[in-house]
Design a protein around this ligand. Structure first.
Ligand code: PLP
Length: 490
């Protein structure tokens, strides 16, 4: 029966429904539209300083926010389930962070040009929590943390190249393969597809002579969706062993994923990298990044080391940021708080999947702990049959209708239910600790209403993405379709 569905019928129906919601959105948000125009006129290229938060027709401007509620320029109060792409783990302006920063401000905010009293407290949190970290250094962002880590590996090994996944994102200047662009750092990169440890080990061995590091997120990587499904242990372990064999550093980018367990994904899987990078939520809203590892890899950051790397950075130990991070670790994110929060995320994911089953709609909530990505397809996204092997399969049906449904869901949840369900480009729900049980219940009720309202287009989508029917992937074409690069004025 499904073969008789004309190709693209789901897309046409879902797109038409989205267009009508977008027309309402434009009507309802004139002040946000004007704010973007003002920013453009003021000299910001495209009106935004961060490409990932731009979307068509224009993003919402927030004018106020507290805990999990943001107020838009046009006065709508919305429940935030985007969580600033993982950085907003503790909601807007968390109290303990505010108090700690105010106190630091009262004592001379930069305590400039000298070590401050917060650094050791922050370092202690890293070295006690994360298995790979014996020594640590701080940065301002996750991008910088990755660049510092790569360059540390290059200095220690005397080699040049690093290996990453095709489509990986490790910050503004570090993309893998098909997603790399003109801003990428001019390193020699080797890119490998996610999922087949044997193939990755072959690439590591083939480049042994000049390979300084393997940099990867210990979760599934696709350029189309932020899918934080933890890679199987056997798969990561095989890559771990190959790095040891050829003498290159294994670096885990845990900028996003370290929130999944008290000791990050390295603790969850028991696979310990040589170095790890951090950022995002750890700053409690302030800019922060960190990289750390074993003595062998990190000791050359010591200014007294005979071959010191001499690493600088004016704001790398900024007192306000350090005070914020100390408050995060000491008051907001104990191991118990971390475990309880991720368990709530698991419950919500299960509840969404159950609801989708009851309504017989092609919606899969994937991810781990407090990181949930909705993928709108019928065929399985993750093939867990291989979980104990060295292969891990991810099958995202690269159809415009799949990604168009993310947009439809986002506009619908915003306009009918005052909920910010990720972004229109991807329904990436990164749950904050300030969301309450009532918020979760309201979200599930809103989802049920969405499933009912769009029963027919979702049935078309189910048929077009049935197991075995999903066409070959063309992620690149879809990336172009669903990301909105800056267009210079004519
Ligand atoms: N690494 C990963 C996995 C990320 O997702 C990001 C940001 O989204 C970064 C690094 C870069 O962090 P930042 O934006 O703080 O530079």
């Amino acid at each position: 029966m499904s073969n008789e569905i004309p190709s693209g019928a789901a897309y046409a129906a879902i797109e038409a429904a989205t267009e009508s919601l977008i027309a309402e959105y434009v009507q309802a948000n004139p002040k946000s539209a004007a704010a973007l125009e003002e920013a453009k006129a003021a000299g910001i290229a495209g009106g935004t300083n961060r490409a990932s938060i731009y979307h068509s027709p224009f993003p919402l401007t927030f004018v106020d926010a507290k805990e999990a509620t943001a107020v838009t320029a046009d006065g709508q109060k919305i429940t935030d389930m985007l969580g600033n792409f993982t950085a907003g783990l503790f909601g807007f302006s968390p109290g303990p962070v505010k108090d700690a920063v105010n106190e630091a401000m009262d004592h001379g905010h930069a305590l400039g040009g000298a070590p401050n009293v917060y650094e050791a407290r922050v370092a202690r949190a890293f070295t006690t929590r994360f298995p790979s970290v014996d020594l640590v250094r701080f940065t301002m962002t996750g991008t910088e943390a990755n660049i510092y880590a790569i360059n540390t590996a290059r200095a220690v090994t005397g080699k040049n190249k690093f290996l990453i996944y095709d489509g990986a994102y490790h910050g503004a200047w570090i993309h893998g393969g098909k997603t790399a662009g003109p801003l990428d750092s001019p390193y020699e990169k080797i890119t490998v597809p996610y999922g087949d440890a044997d193939l990755i080990v072959d690439a590591i061995r083939a480049n042994a002579d000049d390979l300084a590091a393997v940099l990867l997120e210990p979760v599934v990587v696709t350029p189309m969706s932020y899918l934080k499904v933890v890679s199987p242990k056997a798969y990561l372990q095989k890559i771990r062993e190959a790095c040891t064999e050829v003498g290159c550093a294994l670096i885990f980018d845990e900028v996003m994923t370290s929130r999944l367990a008290p000791g990050g994904v390295q603790e969850l899987t028991g696979v310990t990298p040589d170095m790890t990078t951090f950022g995002k939520y750890i700053g409690g809203g302030f800019p922060f990044g960190a990289f750390g590892g074993t003595k062998q890899w990190m000791e050359r950051h010591d200014p007294l080391h005979p071959e010191t790397i001499n690493s600088g950075g004016t704001f790398n130990q900024n007192a306000l940021c350090m005070a914020a991070v100390a408050a995060v670790f000491e008051q907001l994110w104990s191991p118990e708080q971390c475990i309880a929060h991720n368990a709530r995320g698991d419950q919500l994911r299960d509840a969404i999947n159950q609801l989708a089953k009851q309504h017989d709609v092609p919606c899969q909530a994937c991810g781990a702990g407090s990181l949930i990505t909705l993928i709108w397809q019928n065929c399985r996204v993750i093939n867990d049959d291989d979980a104990d092997t060295q292969k891990h399969r991810v099958d995202i049906a690269a159809l415009p209708a799949v990604f168009q449904t993310s947009a439809l869901f986002w506009f619908h949840m915003l306009q009918r239910h005052d909920i910010l369900a990720g972004s229109p480009k991807m329904n990436y729900l990164t749950l904050s600790t300030v969301l309450k049980s009532e918020d979760y219940e309201r979200f599930l009720a809103a989802m049920a209403e969405f499933f009912t309202t769009y029963k027919e287009p979702l049935a078309l989508l189910a048929a077009e993405t049935a197991p075995g029917l999903a066409p070959a992937q063309d992620e690149l074409a879809l990336l172009e379709m669903f990301t909105t690069p800056y267009t210079p004025p004519v």
